[in-house]
Write a protein that binds this ligand. Sequence first.
Ligand code: NAD
Ligand code: DAU
Length: 350
Amino acid sequence: MKKIIITGGAGFIGSHVVRRFVKNHPEYHIINLDKLTYAGNLANLKDIENEPNYQFVKGDIVDAAFIQNLFEQEQPYAVIHLAAESHVDRSIVNPLEFVMTNVIGTVNLLNAARHIWKDKYNEHRFYHVSTDEVYGTLGEDGMFTETTAYDPHSPYSASKASSDHFVRAYHDTYGMDVVISNCSNNYGSFHFPEKLIPLAIHNIKQNKAVPVYGKGENIRDWLWVEDHARAIELIFHEAKTGTTYNIGGHNEWKNIDLITLLCSILDRKLGRTEGESAKLITFVTDRAGHDLRYAIDATKLKNELGWTPSVTFEEGLEKTVDWFLQNEEWLNDVTSGNYQQYYQSQYANR
Ligand code: NAD
Ligand code: DAU
């Protein structure tokens, strides 16, 4: 059976990708390699943990010797690499951690793959899951395409840009079969409540202030996480070697409009009067270097591989809010302990 190592499979997007591969592909043995940082949570994978084609390995991609051993032992057919430090605000506080995991960790995986795949690169694939933030920021017009020049601004996006460059370098230099996709903002179940949508749902639910950075005028292009996972499955199987695809929902929202919509959905679902939750919106000090606007042109993915999003934003957001309301225990678990300290440090004096 072909073994695929999926890194970061206990995180938000990774858990959806792992689930999809385990359920749809009995022909693969899926090894979920994850360090279980604050963002990794095995509760995200409860429903598939006993599947015969699934295995969890706890490990750090920064540990080169460990990674090398694992690859020698398992001889994976392919790697789908999602493990990363993923939160822009944390990268502003501790950039080096982002260099370690996102850059060094990626190079460690590439080296381990090179070591066991050399001379037979055409039989293997290294898929790097990346972000649209590598392209920097847009003004009022235009969209990111696959040929937009890289112009990262945050330590997070700089580290992801660097890892993209290393992945391409291993293709150009050694002939490794690589694919990269750059996706816009995801939302959905198992989203850690440090990111805007789950943080807002959690705070609204608790009648706590909802922090909106600056004037709330920054724009993000939101995609339902299941649609991202479906795109990854498709690109993994269909993309030509060395190619890049942008993935996005054609779904731009100003932060303030998005939060206002969320407030009104929660008013309805929690039996509050319309407008009650919106009173919780609180404008706070802006993020340093805050990119104004992201928007993805996903035409290449649509024309070449036939992918389009499966749900509207309204449908996806309803499903997401319902999931958070029905999974109180998950939400309580991830917002206790260290999360409280994180929240204080980010928001108490903002
Ligand atoms: P996440 O923070 O929810 O999960 C990251 C996972 O990686 C966690 O399970 C964590 O334990 C693991 N991890 C972190 N450091 C590790 C290490 N050193 N070794 C092994 N495992 C480690 O992230 P996410 O939002 O699911 O994002 C997954 C990937 O997709 C990232 O590469 C991110 O850059 C990219 N991406 C995210 C979005 C988004 O909107 N969230 C959009 C586009 C691309
Ligand atoms: O574009 C893809 C990227 O999307 C991914 O690569 C990142 O991993 C992911 O975290 C996300 O980055 P953002 O910085 O866009 O996501 P975040 O949810 O942190 O913020 C979304 C917007 O909301 C952004 O403009 C900042 C703002 N914001 C965020 C938080 C957490 C607020 O106004 N208040 C908040 O409390």
